[in-house]
Design a protein around this ligand. Structure first.
Ligand code: GLN
Length: 492
């Protein structure tokens, strides 16, 4: 498929065309649904796809709003939504048996904002159950496949969202990132993913995994599209007390018009973050680094020994929060129901959770309860919180001296479905580069920096809290300098 095809056009260009000629939206939606029909059986990006007729009805409403002269920032643009973000009247499963038939009675704030701007939800995307994983294999709805090679994992946990965008089943997508779940699949599918500063995007309506770490964020095929989506979903929300009183209005225009020069930009590479990455990944990463140096960037290596504790700290905190968040799934209030009459609460709770949760979720609930239990709390959880503070302080120190910290997004290339899933530690270790931004609450972007064996390699860029404008302007300049933008995958 050619990138000049309407399906591969950037959202910000489509928006202008739709404003001129609203009828074009129908053509775009029809072509997208043909594409979905063709590739979805091979990819399994969606858990719930909305019907073509329902989507066309929504498009007609947006066309009427446009004709009345209403100004919208995303009229007619299809957005795929990770299945842990609540959508009113549209099933939201978190890829779990326990929520198999759960239909939320309300929309998440991010969804309300999208609808207000004329965006159209195309469906709910596959993910690791409750966002726990890095491959989209931990799903009660089967694995999602990578459109660059369908034998391989697409990354996770927002794998369905990244695949939908990469394979042109949707123009934009929402993911959530607790410890890399937007950036990992962006890296594995050759798309752009943003993990925003903690508190920049409302989490109202996001099914919580680990509240202190996670953010909803955009996945797109280029930095500007991702920026536009971030501008729309971001900003203060009275319904989420952790949101900051920040307005993102004009972020897209500002980034669009920025001409961020690469000359003299100071970049740090943290030794402990790249140590241990696979050779193929490092080769592509350092080729990109050399290109940046030739464009005028100044690159230095720094050492942060505390980084070696980031994975244990992340997994202890994430599991502790997960065990507490997931206690609410009791079979009475949401989703899976079983007969209760004459049975004790204990029996019902145990049966629902035994049947409803997958193995990785159970593992984390158990480990999370353990690290919080009396006697072990101090040894694990409180220690992890202290490590988190040290990590944040040391990253902030580096970011005082340098503009950005760069690294490969993932230490490995996309691997075979089934290859690592039996051994959880083999999966946990590949989050070594991504979890830092969540522990520190800082923003991070993944963009494609090259290819190895026809598979995309992601570059991660981190910056201080609330510096999204600078981070995205720099990312846009990098995207042009490196030359990998609006990629079309070869595998489907
Ligand atoms: N792989 C990480 C985990 O399993 C990341 C998950 C996420 O960001 N939602 O916890």
């Amino acid at each position: 498929m050619s990138m000049f095809n309407i399906l591969y056009k950037p959202a910000y260009e489509l928006v202008e065309e739709f404003k001129e000629n609203p009828d074009l939206m129908l053509d775009y939606v029809a072509k997208t649904y043909e594409r979905i029909k063709e590739v979805e059986p091979k990819l399994n990006a969606f858990i719930t796809l909305r019907s073509y007729d329902d989507v066309v009805k929504d498009v007609e409403k947006v066309m009427a709003r446009l004709r009345k002269g209403e100004r919208m920032r995303l009229p007619g643009i299809l957005v795929a939504v990770k299945d842990n973000i609540s959508t009113k009247g549209l099933r939201t499963t978190c890829a779990s048996r326990i929520l198999h038939d759960y239909i939320p009675p309300y929309n998440a704030t991010v969804i309300e904002r999208l609808i207000k701007e004329g965006a159209i939800i195309v469906g709910k995307t596959n993910m690791d159950e409750f966002a726990m994983g890095s491959t989209t294999e931990n799903s009660a709805f089967g694995p999602t496949r990578n459109p660059w090679n369908t034998e391989l994992v697409p990354g996770g946990s927002s794998g369905g969202s990244a695949v939908a965008v990469s394979a042109a089943e949707s123009t934009l997508a929402l993911g959530s990132d607790t410890g890399g779940s937007i950036r990992c699949p962006a890296s594995f599918t050759g798309t752009v993913g943003i993990k925003p500063t903690y508190g920049l995007v409302s989490r109202y309506g996001l099914v919580a995994y680990a509240n202190s770490l996670e953010q909803i964020g955009p996945i797109a095929r280029n930095v500007l599209d991702a920026t536009l989506l971030l501008e729309i979903i971001g900003g203060d929300d009275p319904r989420d007390s952790t949101t900051l009183g920040i307005s993102l209005d004009e972020l897209f225009n500002k980034v669009m018009n920025s001409e961020y020069s690469l000359e003299g930009v100071k970049l740090a590479i943290v030794k402990e973050m790249v140590y241990g990455a696979d050779e193929e990944v490092l080769k592509v990463f350092y080729e990109a680094v050399n290109k940046l140096i030739s464009e005028g960037c100044v690159v230095n290596e720094v050492s942060l020994p505390i980084v070696k504790y980031s994975l244990p700290a992340y997994y202890i905190i994430a599991m502790a929060e997960a065990s507490s968040n997931l206690a609410r799934f009791d079979g009475l209030r949401y989703g899976l129901h079983i007969p209760v009459s004459g049975r004790s609460w204990y029996d019902v709770y145990m049966e629902v959770r035994s049947k409803g949760f997958g193995i990785e979720v159970k593992r984390r609930v158990l480990l999370g309860s353990f690290v919080l239990s009396a006697g072990y709390n101090e040894q694990f959880y409180l220690k992890a919180l202290r490590v988190r503070r040290l990590i944040r302080d040391s990253l902030m120190k580096v970011l005082k001296e340098f503009d950005f910290i760069i690294s490969p997004t993932m230490p490995v290339l996309p691997f075979k479905i089934g290859e690592r899933i039996e051994d959880p530690l083999k999966l946990y270790v590949i989050d070594v580069e991504t979890v830092l931004a969540n522990l520190a609450g800082i923003p991070a972007v993944s963009i494609t920096c090259g290819f190895s064996n026809d598979l995309p390699v992601g570059l991660q860029i981190m910056s201080p809290p609330l510096t999204e404008f600078k981070l995205l302007s720099f990312s846009k300049s990098l995207e042009y300098a490196l030359g990998f933008r609006d990629l079309v995958p070869k595998g489907v």
